[in-house]
Design a protein around this ligand. Structure first.
Ligand code: NAD
Length: 252
């Protein structure tokens, strides 16, 4: 018996990194998973890996900033996997730069993927969740929401995700739907590797330096985040809503 037997999930940005880890974790505990990613090939490979491991998944190429794309993706999941219970808003990008050099396009794009994307997927999904009076929504924020040099766009978007989470929890709670956020610290993925390279460092060297500043003395993995998302997505977390949990190895 898995915690998610009979449940259907959709995870955005699940073609790689944290999203792929979340999709695999939910599937390993019984959920059928819609693996959504802008990169359709990555979405397919991620879904295939789940299927090969004995789970159920479908890969979907979609852009979370497109209302049409997101609506079609949700419809596909409901049609092909038989419903929708769990939504994980994980898709994300960075376009880091110091404020004075940051282009308007890079500001808008980062806000669009994280914030508009979270809004659109939540809005498309809530129709089904409200109707069945059950749902679990988990959004990816970040430690950067507290402010981070070179990330005026990303930090603003991730702070917005926290406010969106709190508001959606108020509105959707009466329908049996919880909405929570996870705010990861340093998790070793392509995203942090790109940050390392931008700073002229080798990703492994960057991770080593970061680990020295983290109380548990290591950087995080997608599995560290997937475990927390799985808790928020579980039935037993039904009295937890509107929360943001920082998962960062104990950093203040
Ligand atoms: P990643 O770059 O490895 O993966 C992000 C995925 O999102 C990619 O597969 C990408 O194709 C997809 N994506 C990007 N734009 C999209 C769009 N418009 N529509 C659909 N999919 C899109 O990043 P990651 O490190 O796995 O990050 C996952 C989430 O966790 C992001 O929201 C990120 O901001 C957040 N986060 C990451 C860290 C970290 O240290 N890695 C820390 C805090 C928060």
């Amino acid at each position: 018996m898995g915690r998610f037997d009979g449940r259907v999930a959709i995870v955005s940005g699940a073609g790689q990194g944290i999203g792929a880890g979340i999709a695999a974790r939910l599937a390993s505990e019984g959920a059928a998973v819609g693996v959504l990613d802008l990169n359709a090939d990555a979405a397919s490979s991620s879904a295939e890996a789940i299927t090969l491991a004995g789970g159920t998944a479908v890969g979907i190429g979609a852009d979370v900033t497109s209302e049409e794309g997101v609506n079609a993706a949700v419809d596909q999941v409901v049609r092909e996997l038989g419903g929708l219970d769990i939504v994980v808003n994980n898709a994300g990008i960075t376009r880091d730069n110091m404020l004075f050099k940051m282009s308007v396009e890079d500001f808008d794009l980062v806000l669009a993927v994280h914030l508009r994307g979270t809004f659109l997927l939540t809005k498309a999904a809530q129709r089904h969740l409200v109707e069945q009076r059950y749902g679990r929504i988990v959004n990816l924020s970040s430690r950067s929401a507290l402010g981070n040099r070179g990330q005026a766009n990303y930090a603003s978007a991730k702070a917005g995700v926290i406010a969106f989470t709190a508001t959606a929890a108020l509105e959707l709670g009466p329908f049996g739907i919880t909405v929570n956020a996870v705010a990861p610290g340093y998790i070793a993925t392509d995203m942090t590797a790109a940050t390392a390279r931008r700073l002229g460092m080798d990703p492994e060297e960057h991770q080593k330096l970061a680990a020295e500043q983290i109380p548990v003395r290591r950087v995080g993995t997608p599995d560290d985040i997937a475990a927390v998302v799985a808790f928020f997505a579980s039935e037993e977390a039904g009295y937890v809503s509107g929360q943001t949990l920082h998962v960062n190895g104990g950093q203040r």
